[in-house]
Design a protein around this ligand. Structure first.
Ligand SMILES: Cc1ncc(COP(=O)(O)O)c(C=O)c1O
Length: 458
């Protein structure tokens, strides 16, 4: 089995070092068994996240030199606005420093105390930005998404029966908007179909309900639509994106993923009222409405990256490199979420470490053990990420207890994928020797970033 051929050649390299076994053991203990607290220089292959970790192209770097660093009216802002209009089809755009800045502006504007926000599975920062103004995020994804073995081609789809149930139970006035994520991160990078988006629009029109996308990985989602949905086999990705977005009232977008840059974000909409309110608030929290926390050069890189990230040959390589890693693991019977997602391979920690209880945090344990074994950095996506129930204060144990091997875009070669797969297969073969963890420090917000743990002897 060969990995996909890269549609680029390498112009600049950054050396990486494999730390000794002794140093790895020490480093993960210093980090409290939390891979977010490791020093990057202690990491050999960094699969922590695909966020802000892309390699930019020569065209993007050339654009960085054309940064117009004026406080107001930077020409790079207008280039970005034009790219958003052309690639996504929205009329208005408000720039922010990254995705959560856009979530803050959009969700604090739309959510009032007591509101519900139904979404096709939560995402950590999105859930928090709905809760901070007094709302609650509820899950309306299809059941298949909660089953790692289910092969549904569009596990990101919304279940209309679940949505209807919330409307009937709470009343339409209590629903702030419907929030739809593209290529659903916490479900394993699973796409939503065009048909589901179209039907959702019709459903919401009946109730005059707004639909706001988390369009962060919309280009990768568009690739899956082209690959899997009848009628889109030959459609240019940009046309697919324009159609997807046409079924929404607006979106938030973390540019740090599909736009192939290291920083940036925005919100976009066709709704003048949303635009005017959020454009006003951006000056309070992010910066003037023509930079929103980004330098001019960053906006130029986002503008160019948004277009580049829709090239079919690039997306095909991208999705297939993720698939290559997943297939190497599947061949050795390592339990992963299927179908293999767009940005990452997710290990099923409950099956990998069946000797641990949920209170011993299997996914956190596995991410730490992978680092100690091979200096590959991954991250937990399970109960630690989910956090506590807002009302009861109790830990919530989602069905999916996963470790995410997130592939940065255009950064690692296929032999890095092979090293990673071999290391994880070796670890899988000695999985019953891995002890669980106890949480000894828990911060109030987004605990997965900063929590600390210690080992519980077997
Ligand atoms: C689906 C999704 N939404 C929102 C965000 C938040 O974006 P940022 O990290 O740029 O603040 C992320 C980041 O990982 C994400 O994956």
């Amino acid at each position: 089995m060969n990995g996909p051929v890269e549609p680029f050649k390498i112009k600049v390299v950054e050396p990486v070092n494999l730390p000794s076994e002794e140093r790895r053991k020490e480093a993960i203990r210093e980090a409290g068994f939390n891979t977010f607290l490791l020093l990057s220089e202690d990491v050999f292959i960094d699969l922590l996240t695909d966020s802000g970790t892309s390699a930019m192209s020569d065209n993007q770097w050339a654009g960085m030199m054309l940064g117009d660093e004026a406080y107001a009216g930077s020409k790079n802002f207008y280039n970005l606005e034009k790219a958003v209009q052309e690639v996504l089809g929205y009329k208005y755009m408000v720039p922010t420093h990254q995705g959560r800045g856009a979530e803050h502006l959009m969700y604090s504007h739309l959510v009032k105390p007591g509101h519900l926000v139904p979404r096709n599975m939560y995402f950590t920062t999105s859930k928090l930005h709905v809760e901070l103004p007094g709302g609650k995020m509820v899950d309306v994804i299809i059941d298949e998404a909660h089953d790692p073995e289910n092969l549904h081609p569009f596990k990101g789809n919304v279940d209309f029966k679940k949505l209807q149930k919330y409307i009937d139970e709470y009343g339409i006035d209590k629903i702030a908007f419907v929030n739809v994520e593209m290529d659903v991160n916490m479900a394993g990078g699973q796409p939503i179909s065009m048909q589901n988006l179209r039907e959702l629009r019709e459903f919401c029109n009946d109730y005059k309900l707004k639909i706001i996308y988390d369009a962060t990985r919309s280009s990768e989602n568009a690739y899956f639509i082209r690959e899997r949905e009848k009628g889109y086999e030959d459609t240019p990705i940009i046309n697919i994106l324009n159609e997807m977005m046409s079924y929404s009232d607006g979106c938030i977008y973390s540019s740090k993923k599909d736009c192939l840059v290291n920083i940036g974000g925005f919100l976009a909409t066709n709704d003048k009222e949303i635009f005017e309110s959020t454009r006003n608030m951006v000056v309070v929290y992010e910066g003037l409405h023509t930079y929103g926390g980004m330098a001019g050069r960053d906006m130029e890189a986002v503008a160019r990256g948004l277009r580049e990230g829709t090239q079919y040959e690039y997306l095909k390589y991208r999705v297939n490199q993720v698939r290559y890693l997943g297939e190497l693991l599947m061949k050795a019977n390592v339990p992963i979420v299927k179908p293999i997602g767009g940005h990452a391979v997710f290990l099923n920690a409950l099956k990998f470490l069946p000797h641990l209880s949920r209170e011993q945090w299997p996914a956190q344990t596995l991410a730490a053990a992978i680092y100690e074994d091979s200096a590959v950095r991954t991250m937990e996506r399970g109960a630690i990420s989910k956090g506590r129930d807002k009302e009861t204060g109790q830990n919530v144990f989602p069905k999916l207890e996963l470790v995410r091997l997130t592939i940065p875009r255009r950064v690692y070669t296929n032999s890095h994928m092979e090293y990673t797969a071999n290391s994880i297969v070796n670890l899988y073969n000695k999985r019953d020797t891995i002890p669980g963890l106890k949480m000894i420090y828990e911060p109030q917000y987004l605990r997965f970033f900063q929590a600390r743990f210690e080992q519980v002897p077997l």
